[in-house]
Design a protein around this ligand. Structure first.
Ligand SMILES: NC(=O)c1ccc[n+]([C@@H]2O[C@H](COP(=O)([O-])OP(=O)(O)OC[C@H]3O[C@@H](n4cnc5c(N)ncnc54)[C@H](OP(=O)(O)O)[C@@H]3O)[C@@H](O)[C@H]2O)c1
Length: 285
């Protein structure tokens, strides 16, 4: 019997990345659902869906991810990131499915200057990070068979993300200012998708929190600079400080994740961010 994997938020960025590689794994059968086919905030629908399908694993990619809008739409962010996570966790537990919950570097306040380990104290700075953290709590409470995978700075050829925004702005403008005082690790969402499938294939019972990002760390300015260098765009790029670029939500100044635990546990060879960026850019072209 094939292993059946439910992917919620299946038309979001990470969901589409999983879709893009799904065919490489013929022993796995994927069910992709999105808000229209399975709204994770509606408990009854989630439970019925799990009863109607025999699901071995669920990757919960569904989330409210608009970091700034979350400050003004607290209730919706809570519904999707907390209530939705609870509904999925309960349905997984009651139906014997294993859960991979995707979470974020924004659970940290960025006051450290060394990569964050899974055991480090959390202290989200905004509503998005707080709701994602509360979602983790719901998963831990309601579904013992869980892997919580925190990741950072996702980008890919799919959906809306920093790389695609830079490519668009680079074709429209001669000059651009990008913040240079937020440090993190850009993560190619296709690399993350492959890592998630590796977790499923290894099928261990080391249920825990894990950190996954591409290797290396840079600022958003460095990331933009490399995107323009790699695409031979010689627009003028100005480094600025976060305080000169007002946003509704405060972001961590430093959110580099220590990925030792996930790479050791699941024998992952995590690509360096620049190599993955070159790969992603080749897909966009
Ligand atoms: N993007 C990043 O930089 C980043 C960084 C760290 C962690 N993460 C985490 O990684 C995961 C995947 O992120 P992503 O970049 O793929 O985000 P995304 O592109 O925004 O995808 C999220 C998906 O969830 C769907 N969704 C929203 N409300 C829903 C509901 N009530 N029921 C079912 N689906 C719903 C969205 O649909 P609509 O678009 O129609 O609302 C969207 O398709 C999330 O857990 C996110 O918190 C992301």
């Amino acid at each position: 019997m094939k292993t059946t994997i439910l992917v919620t938020g299946g038309n979001g960025q990470l969901g589409q990345c999983i879709q893009s590689i799904a065919k490489q794994f013929p022993a796995l059968s994927f069910l992709f659902v999105d808000k229209n086919t399975l709204d994770i905030t509606i408990e009854k629908n989630v439970l019925e869906f799990f009863e109607d399908h025999h699901i071995h694993w669920c990757i919960n990619c569904a989330a409210y991810t608009a970091v700034d809008h979350a400050e003004e739409n607290r209730e919706l962010a809570h519904q999707v990131n907390v209530v939705g996570a609870r509904n999925i966790a309960n349905a997984c537990h009651w139906n014997g499915s294993k859960l991979i919950q995707i979470s974020t570097d924004f659970v940290f306040d960025g006051k450290k200057s060394l990569p964050y380990k899974e055991t480090d104290c959390v202290n989200p700075l905004g509503i998005y990070g707080r709701t994602k953290l509360n979602g983790e709590v719901e998963v831990k409470k309601n579904c013992p068979s869980h892997f919580i995978v925190r990741t950072s700075w996702l980008y890919s050829e799919f959906g809306n993300n920093f790389m695609k925004t830079m490519l668009r702005l680079g074709s429209e403008r001669d000059q651009l200012s990008v913040v240079n005082d937020q440090i993190g690790s850009p993560t190619y969402a296709v690399d993350l998708a492959e890592a998630l499938i590796q977790i499923i294939q290894l099928d261990t019972d080391n249920y825990s929190v894990y950190h996954y990002s591409n290797r290396g760390h840079i600022s958003w300015f460095d990331f933009a600079k490399t995107i323009f260098e790699q695409t031979n765009n010689n627009l003028i790029l100005n480094p600025i400080l976060s305080r000169d670029y007002a946003t509704l939500a405060e972001r961590p100044k430093y959110s580099v994740l220590d990925t030792t635990k996930i790479s050791d546990e699941f024998a992952l060879e995590i690509p360096f961010w620049r190599d993955s960026l070159i790969c992603a850019l080749s897909k966009v072209k």
